[in-house]
Design a protein around this ligand. Structure first.
Ligand SMILES: *Cc1c(COP(=O)(O)O)cnc(C)c1O
Length: 347
């Protein structure tokens, strides 16, 4: 693998105490091209703009998908990835759905690890600090016939991240727009899934909600997910989350929290949850917590939600499962406790 190092690092210009998520990138990036049926020229080069044809199919037909993963530094300055094999498997699954070639596993991990070693100073130790890693693939063939492309680029870019207080989060249960349909691409991390959410989310923002809870596209009676996060509901003494299917993304954080919760003795129910059941639980005060899960936020407690013309507020409980689960997961990610699941991988 060719590695071209930057001449002078820009790390000293970065204010690590005031990082805006996803706006600062490390010194290097990984790139690899798919040309004539082969992945060729894997290399690490200084982070820079790239040259693409305006006819690249990604711009016209949205043929692109991505991943989101994190690296952490422990107190001995060792760098750890969290379940990277899951992200690799998922970008393959997404690529297949979008008729894109599978990126080879060995090049993925070699490129990723070399990149992290080169930019390891960008990963700050300490709870809350991490490196957000964004692998992605897009069609860069410069001919606009509406079929899958023959040429692609795979890249990895990295952004240092710190934990931030997101403020109180309230969500709107959406019943007219849909994020994903049966048979569609909802289970893939397809770039276009995000574009389709922006407009309904903007409308929800105007009504005072930060995010949307998506419901199933055919009946709008079942809770699906939040579109960047999977969702958990603590009703009575149970933790409920929807089963993944072709309109719900199979989140790595979700599946990790399910395992941790079970091992903490929490009764976890993986089953379809009706909006009606949620409303009833809110009305009879058995709804105790709602939280989202995803790589970027880890766990995000939700204060309230809206449905039709009503708003519901949750009363903050002392012994929050969201906070407990977040702490357990963080402790594993930062190697503060033993990792009984073998989820952490040393770089
Ligand atoms: C990435 C993503 C999630 C969260 O998945 P993690 O693997 O936990 O980061 C949830 N929903 C959607 C639609 C996503 O794209």
């Amino acid at each position: 693998m060719k590695i071209k190092k930057i001449e002078t690092s820009k790390i000293n210009e970065i204010d690590f105490n005031n990082l805006k998520f996803g706006s600062v990138f490390t010194d290097h990036m990984f790139t690899c091209d798919f040309i004539k049926g082969e992945w060729i020229n894997p290399e690490i080069i200084p982070y820079q703009s790239i040259n693409v044809s305006p006819a690249s199919r990604v711009f016209h037909y949205g043929q692109a998908c991505f991943e989101g993963m994190k690296a952490f530094k422990d107190d001995n300055n060792k760098v750890w990835l969290f379940r990277p094999d899951e992200n690799y498997k998922r970008i393959v699954k997404s690529s297949i759905r979008l008729a894109m070639p599978e990126f080879p596993e060995d090049i993925f991990f070699e490129g990723l690890k070399n990149l992290l070693r080169l930019d390891s100073d960008w990963i700050k130790p300490g709870l809350g600090n991490s490196l957000y890693i964004r692998p992605f693939i897009f069609a860069n063939e410069g001919t606009i016939n509406a079929t899958e492309a023959n040429q692609y680029k795979f890249m990895i870019i990295c952004a240092p991240a710190s934990s931030y207080y997101s403020g109180e989060v309230r969500v709107k249960i959406e019943k007219s727009f849909s994020r994903a349909a049966k048979g569609g691409v909802g289970y893939a991390k397809a770039a276009g899934n995000y574009a389709a959410q922006f407009y309904p989310t903007k409308l929800a923002n105007n009504e005072g909600y930060q995010q949307i809870i998506w419901t199933d596209s055919s009946t709008h009676q079942y809770i699906e997910e939040a579109g960047t996060m999977n969702l958990f509901f603590r009703i009575g003494n149970k933790l409920i989350t929807a089963p993944t299917n072709d309109s719900i993304l199979d989140g790595v954080t979700r599946k990790s929290l399910i395992e941790i919760a079970k091992d903490e003795g929490i009764e976890v129910e993986i089953r379809p949850l009706k909006v009606n059941e949620l409303i009833n639980a809110a009305k009879n005060n058995t709804l105790i917590e709602i939280f989202g899960s995803g790589t970027a936020v880890v766990v995000l407690p939700i204060q309230g939600f809206g449905y039709e013309n009503s708003r519901y507020e949750l009363i903050q409980k002392e012994n929050s499962w969201a906070i407990m689960l977040k702490n357990k997961l963080n402790n594993i990610q930062y190697k503060l406790i033993e990792d009984p699941y073998n989820w952490t991988v040393e770089v």
